[in-house]
Design a protein around this ligand. Structure first.
Ligand SMILES: Nc1ncnc2c1ncn2[C@@H]1O[C@H](COP(=O)(O)OP(=O)(O)OP(=O)(O)O)[C@@H](O)[C@H]1O
Length: 621
């Protein structure tokens, strides 16, 4: 069983539903529409919609009161910095003109103005950067939270993992969201800032331009737009060249993230399975796996760095050529006495700023490629969350008091022959059922179907409307915390609750844990498997279930302890019990049995059908 213990089957389980429109605690989710509607759209359209949702979930939601003022303030500051910088180029001109004409008297004033305005520009620029970072963090927080919420809702994380549809979902939620948000924000802000700069500095260049006359193909041409034209043409050419060279970088960036994730996954899995690896003396084999992961990562890294250097080098060359161009165009005017030295420095500064804004796309190429790679990875996860499961087994809640199964065929992926076929199965309240069958016959898969975690197949399962149904797998999930926190889960701690926990620990034969209720740690590591199983059972009764489903949840116990635990469970007349068990001693404790053999389930009363040998032995089924 995969269901964490103490989990109630959600009311929303109505067969193969995808993600529904959800409004959780007043928060609009990233999704909209049904899974089927989503699947009907083309992949490109789904990507565009996803991008829209990433923006909408922050800017068109209850967060808008933070998002919009911050965005507008940020843009105002950044635009202000651009405008003040355009004024600074005028002061710069005056300063160099004063130097050219040796007008010593005004130089200190212009120098002070130049420093003061320059400092103001830097202050505005860095305030803008700070505000942009704040905006990005709030945005990221929001999107990571929403994606995690959707990933965890309706057990999507489980279906996605089990079907191996998406690797490293953790990395996508933690890392890719960060890269996408900072990339999208950087590209958006960069574009707006560049557009504004282009407008301001184009006007300035036109305003400061001086006509020039030259001969072309026997014609005398007089123009004042040659410098402006040079800025535009050189920037567009440069952008085109770099864009072409840098295309490969996207693929390499994407692969790099993939290899980094593989390495992390290998390390995490070694940490998680430390004991098994140590017992199997597999240290060297694991080391080999790490070396292999490192080697793929390193090869791609070198290719990525080579391509990065080519892109940066090409960018630098193009930028350098662009720096020389305005000099080449203004020096003839200067020599003809039509421009001052200050005009040259101002034109060069304006030309440089204009070109760098025109080539913003080029300069942002690495950011664009990284953002694109991360966006693709994030989209794959989101798409998997949204994609509907194959319509299959229908699980629903009804007002009936018992559990019923009708015409159920449970299948494995891609197989047409049922793993388990059950014509009709009714479980009345308070009945004690055992499920038996050879290993691999489908017992756990049947329990998964009852929990809504297995939908491949057909047929219907109905569960009682208000019953509290608890599933216990072989080993429970015990995240870090004190034993009391682990027992109470979402319940608030109180003296009464503590007494209840202590009593349950004693009932389930863990009296020595009572004194350790306030001790925290990794209890999955500290408790033996048998102790973990008893702890899970004790925890299940903090809020007593109506139906308790056990998937070999006492397999780690000795016969004597298992008998005592079962005696405790069987002594509860209102408790419906369904357990998977292998040993005859446990089987015979139940009233009824569902036995799976060759894909078919047969139902019998234990007392009527059990052979004597089975009742008295510890034979395994
Ligand atoms: N996600 C899956 N994809 C493909 N096959 C699967 C998947 N999950 C389980 N199976 C297969 O389904 C069959 C039944 O598995 P299941 O865990 O239900 O058996 P079981 O009767 O509980 O076995 P055991 O008694 O050993 O625990 C096995 O052959 C298993 O390999």
């Amino acid at each position: 069983m995969i269901r964490d213990d103490h989990f109630e089957v959600p009311d929303s389980l109505q067969g193969g539903s995808g993600l529904n429109d959800m409004t959780v605690k007043g928060v609009t989710s990233l999704s909209a529409g049904s899974g089927a509607e989503w699947a009907a759209k083309s992949r490109s359209l789904r990507k565009i919609i996803f991008l829209g949702r990433i923006a909408g979930a922050f800017f068109v939601s209850k967060e808008w009161k933070k998002a919009w003022p911050l965005l507008l303030f940020c843009l105002t500051i950044q635009f202000g910095a651009v405008y003040v910088f355009s004024l600074e180029t005028g002061i710069n001109k005056k300063l160099f003109d004063a130097l050219q004409y040796k007008n010593i008297a005004v130089i200190p004033r212009y120098a002070i103005e130049f420093v003061a305005v320059g400092s103001f520009v830097y202050s505005l620029t860095y305030l803008g950067v700070y505000l942009e970072n704040v905006l990005e963090m709030l945005w990221r927080n929001r999107i990571s939270g929403l994606i995690a919420e959707e990933w965890l809702s309706n057990d999507r994380f489980y279906f996605i993992e089990r079907a191996e549809r998406v690797e490293n979902a953790d990395q996508r939620i933690a890392e890719d969201v960060r890269l996408v948000i900072s990339g999208v924000s950087g590209i958006f802000m960069g574009s707006l800032r560049s557009l504004y700069t282009i407008v301001v500095f184009t006007a300035l260049l036109i305003h400061r331009s001086v006509p020039v006359t030259f001969h072309l193909f026997g014609h005398e041409i007089t123009t004042r737009y040659d410098i402006l034209l040079a800025a535009y043409v050189s920037s567009i050419l440069a952008t085109g060249i770099i864009f072409r060279i840098g295309r490969k970088l996207t693929r390499l960036n994407m692969r790099q993230q993939h290899y980094e994730a593989d390495l992390r996954f290998t390390l995490v899995s070694i940490r998680k399975h430390a004991e098994q690896i140590a017992f199997m003396v597999r240290g060297r084999i694991e080391h080999l796996r790490i070396v292999t992961a490192l080697s793929s990562l390193m090869h791609n890294y070198f290719a990525q760095q080579r391509m990065g250097v080519i892109v940066s080098f090409s960018t630098q060359i193009v930028t350098h050529i662009q720096r020389v161009l305005p000099l080449a165009l203004t020096i003839p005017r200067y020599l003809a006495g039509r421009m001052t030295y200050g005009d040259i420095t101002q034109t060069q500064s304006v030309f440089g700023t204009l070109s760098s804004s025109l080539t913003w796309l080029m300069q942002m190429y690495p950011m664009y490629s990284e953002t694109n790679a991360s966006f693709d990875r994030l989209f794959v996860l989101f798409d998997a969350i949204r994609m509907p499961e194959e319509p299959g087994i229908i699980l629903s809640r009804t007002s009936n008091s018992g559990i019923s199964v009708a015409n159920l065929d449970i299948r494995l992926p891609g197989k047409s022959k049922p793993l388990v076929a059950i014509g009709a199965w009714s479980i009345a309240p308070g009945e004690k059922w055992v499920i038996t069958g050879a290993s691999g016959s489908g017992k756990s898969t049947l329990l998964r179907a009852l929990a809504g975690l297995w939908r491949i197949g057909e047929g219907a399962i109905t569960l009682p409307q208000d019953a509290r149904i608890t599933f216990l797998p072989q080993l429970p999930y015990l995240p870090h915390g004190t034993l009391l926190e682990l027992m109470l889960q979402t319940q608030p701690p109180s003296e009464e609750a503590r007494e209840l926990c202590a009593d349950l620990l004693c009932q389930f034969r863990l009296p020595w844990l009572v004194a350790q209720l306030d001790i925290g740690g990794d209890w999955n590591q500290r408790l033996s498997p048998g102790e973990q199983q008893r702890f899970a059972l004790a925890r299940a009764f903090v809020s007593p279930p109506d139906v308790l489903i056990l998937d070999e949840a006492t397999s780690g116990l000795d016969q004597n302890t298992a008998d005592t635990i079962y005696a405790n469970l069987l002594a509860r007349p209102d408790l419906t019990l369904i357990s998977v068990a292998h040993t005859a001693d446990i089987v015979t404790l139940h009233d009824k049995r569902l036995h799976i053999a060759n894909g078919t389930a047969t139902i019998s009363e234990i007392s009527e059908t059990s052979p004597v040998s089975l009742l008295s032995s510890n034979r395994k089924f």
